[in-house]
Design a protein around this ligand. Structure first.
Ligand code: APR
Length: 234
C-alpha cells in the first residue's frame, strides 16, 4: 500500500506571494493587457510579434522571482503523500520548489515549441529568454511560446482528470475557477474524498459545495494550516 494520493490544482494565486501578478485580481495581468490580443490563437495569428514580446516580458520577470513557502510546503508533503500537482500556471516555481510531479494545463513559460509539430518542445536557455516569430529551434522549426492560448485545446486535461479521479485528498489553491476545463476538475473527485480550497477570496461556485473545506487565507498561511490538518491526520 503506497502513500495516499494528494492531488493539487493550483492557479495564479499560489505565485502571488512570489511577486507574480494574478490575472483577475485588481491590477492583474488582464487589467493591463488585452487578453485576446496577447493570449489567444486569433491574436497570435493577427500579431505574432506582440505575442512573442508579451511572453518575453513575462519570462524576464519570472527569472527574477523565487518559489514561496506555499510551493515549498507542497514539495515537503511528498514525505507523507504521493503528491501530484496540476497547475494552470506557466511559471516553473513548483518545479524550482522541488515538486516531483507537475502537470501544466496551460503550458510552460520557459519552453517554446515548434509551430508545425506541437510535440517538439525546447527549454529556453536563461541567457536567451527572448523569442520572435523568426526564432528557429535546433531542428530548424519555426518556434512559438509553449503556451495554451485561449481558443486552443488543453491536451493535458485528460491526464489531469485521471489524477483527480484517483485522489485520496484534493486541494484547490489560488484559482478563481473562472477558466474551463481546469475549473471543472473539482467535479471528478470521488464521492467522500475531502476537498480543501485555499484562497483569500474563494470563488462562490465552490463555497457550499459538498465535501469542500474553505481555508480563506493567502497561499502561505493556508498551506501552513493544511499541512497541520494533513500530517496530523496521516
Ligand atoms: N494566495 C492565494 N490565492 C490568492 C492570492 C494569494 N496570495 N492572491 C490572490 N489569490 C487568488 C484570487 O482570490 C483568485 O481566486 O488567486 C486567484 C487568481 O485568480 P485568476 O487571476 O483568475 O488566476 P487563475 O484562476 O489561475 O486563472 C486561470 O486564466 O487567463 C487564464 O491561462 C490563464 O491560467 C490562467 C487561467
Amino acid at each position: 500500500m503506497g502513500k495516499p494520493k494528494l492531488v493539487i490544482s493550483s492557479g495564479a494565486g499560489i505565485s502571488a506571494e512570489s511577486g507574480i501578478s494574478t490575472f483577475r485580481d485588481a491590477g492583474g495581468l488582464w487589467e493591463n493587457y488585452p487578453v485576446m490580443d496577447v493570449a489567444s490563437a486569433d491574436g497570435f495569428r493577427r500579431n505574432p510579434e506582440l505575442v512573442h514580446k508579451f511572453y518575453n516580458a513575462r519570462r524576464r520577470d519570472l527569472v527574477t522571482k523565487e518559489p514561496n513557502e506555499a510551493h515549498r510546503l507542497l514539495a515537503e508533503l511528498e514525505k507523507d503523500y504521493d503528491v501530484y500537482i496540476i497547475t494552470q500556471n506557466v511559471d516553473d516555481l513548483h518545479e524550482r520548489a522541488g515538486s516531483s510531479n507537475v502537470l501544466h494545463l496551460h503550458g510552460e513559460l520557459m519552453k517554446i515549441r515548434s509551430v508545425s509539430d506541437p510535440d517538439y518542445i525546447e527549454t529556453l536557455d536563461p541567457d536567451h529568454l527572448d523569442t520572435t516569430p523568426a526564432t528557429r529551434g535546433k531542428r530548424g522549426d519555426l518556434m512559438r511560446p509553449h503556451i495554451v492560448f485561449f481558443q486552443e485545446a488543453v491536451p493535458n486535461i485528460e491526464p489531469a482528470i485521471n489524477l483527480v479521479e484517483q485522489a485520496d485528498v484534493f486541494v484547490v489553491i489560488g484559482t478563481s475557477l473562472a477558466v474551463y476545463p481546469a475549473a471543472g476538475l473539482i467535479h471528478y473527485v470521488r464521492h467522500g474524498v475531502p476537498i480543501y480550497y485555499i484562497d483569500p477570496n474563494p470563488a462562490t461556485a465552490a463555497i457550499g459545495m459538498e465535501g469542500v473545506t474553505i481555508i480563506r487565507d493567502k497561499a502561505t498561511a493556508g498551506m501552513e494550516k493544511l499541512v497541520k490538518i494533513l500530517t496530523h491526520a496521516s
